[in-house]
Each structure stands twice: as C-alpha cells, then as structure tokens.
Ligand binder design. Structure first.
Ligand SMILES: [Zn+2]
Length: 216
C-alpha cells in the first residue's frame, strides 16, 4: 500500500532538518522531494527548515503545477520534475549546497571513483555544466549529469542526489559530501588518487544490493 502523503511530508521534513543540522543546506538552500502517485511533494521556497510543518510541503503534479492556493514550491521544482520524468527508478531527490562537494562543483570537478563507497552513487560522479538556478536548462543539465548515477554535482552550484526512497537519497547526499572531503584532502596534499576499475565498482554495486544498502 502506498504511504499516505502526511507520512511522506513528515519524512521530507525529517531529512530537510537533518541536512540543515549537518550544515549541508546553508541559508535555506537546497530542497527535498518525494514522488507520489499523481506527481511529487517538495519543500517550499524560503521557509527555514526548523520551522517547516507538513502543511507547508507543496504537492505538484508531474508537470510541476501546484494545487490552487498552495504555498510557493522550492525555486528548483523544475529540476525535480525533470528528474522524475526521466528516471522511473527515482522516487526521492535531495538537493544540497553541501560545502565540500560544492567547492569541487565551483571548480567544475566531478568526483572520480577512488573509494568503493562511491558505488552508492553508481560510480564516478560527474559535474554538470552551470546554468542559472530554477531554469529548464539547469534541469536538463542535472538529468544528463545523473545518467546511470544516483548523484551529480551541479557546476558552480551544489549537489543532486536521488534514490528509491528518501533515506537512500539522503544517504547518497551524505556520502557525496564525505567523498568530496576525501578528494579535497588528497588534492590539497598534492596526492593523486588511485582509481578503482569499472569491474570492481560493479562488484561493489552488486554486493551493496546483496546487503540491502540500496534498497528501501
Ligand atoms: Zn540549489
């Protein structure tokens, strides 16, 4: 039986507040959404995460149109709508400006596969080209960055992480920030990471599936 909207709204708030507490969505940045039968539910624009209530989570149809009288959705609703349209495997999206991943994104750098935990993202993480926030161009760039992956960096902007459920998209977003920190440490020490092979990454992806790491 599908989860009722009220429960999904509470989960969206829990994930948003955890991201806020962790410093991953500074200054009301970022947004969180979850797919429902008739569209998706997304955090509103300009409401501090600590003040969010379930009634402020915005329901949009698949085209991104809100119900009459709804509060204003996150300015990035187009990215979420485009990803749900392109990716039937995705049921939840977390967008952050987490600082270490965003630092790499501001240099146009993705994250190469130097640690096996990058298999949570499906492999090496791209950095999608910059486009103005809220635009269809950025939405298209995000979809392309995510091809075959559960995460992409957004040039000069931040991170998109996706999953089959909110807890998975949240876990991917946390791991992207962790990997970005490891990568920055190597770069600042002048070290060159040793990369894992595609075959080994696929091996880890299969093992994660076995251990239920990528399941809801
Ligand atoms: Zn953003």
């Amino acid at each position: 039986m599908p989860m009722p909207h009220a429960q999904i709204c509470r989960e969206i708030i829990a994930v948003s507040q955890a991201l806020d507490t962790a410093g991953m969505v500074p200054n009301k940045s970022g947004n969180v959404s979850a797919r429902v039968a008739d569209g998706f539910l997304i955090t509103p624009a300009a409401v501090p995460y600590r003040d969010l209530t379930p009634g402020q989570i915005v329901a949009l149809n698949a085209a991104g149109q809100p119900a009459p009288g709804a509060v204003r959705p996150s300015s990035e609703w187009r990215m979420h709508a485009a990803i749900y349209a392109a990716r039937p495997d995705v049921s939840a999206i977390v967008h952050t400006h987490s600082p270490r991943a965003t630092a790499l994104a501001c240099a146009g750098r993705g994250i190469p596969p130097f640690h096996y935990m990058i298999a949570l993202a499906g492999g090496g993480i791209r950095c999608a080209p910059y486009a103005t926030f809220g635009t269809a161009e950025l939405a298209g760039n995000a979809v392309r960055g995510l091809e075959g992956r559960r995460a992409t960096l957004l040039g000069n902007h931040g991170v998109m992480a996706v999953g089959v459920a909110l807890h998975e998209a949240h876990a991917v977003a946390i791991e992207v920030e962790n990997l970005a920190g490891e990568y920055l440490s190597m770069l600042s020490a002048g070290l060159e990471p040793l990369l894992l092979s595609d075959g080994e990454l696929q091996n880890v992806v299969a093992r994660f599936a076995d251990y239920g790491r990528l399941k809801s």
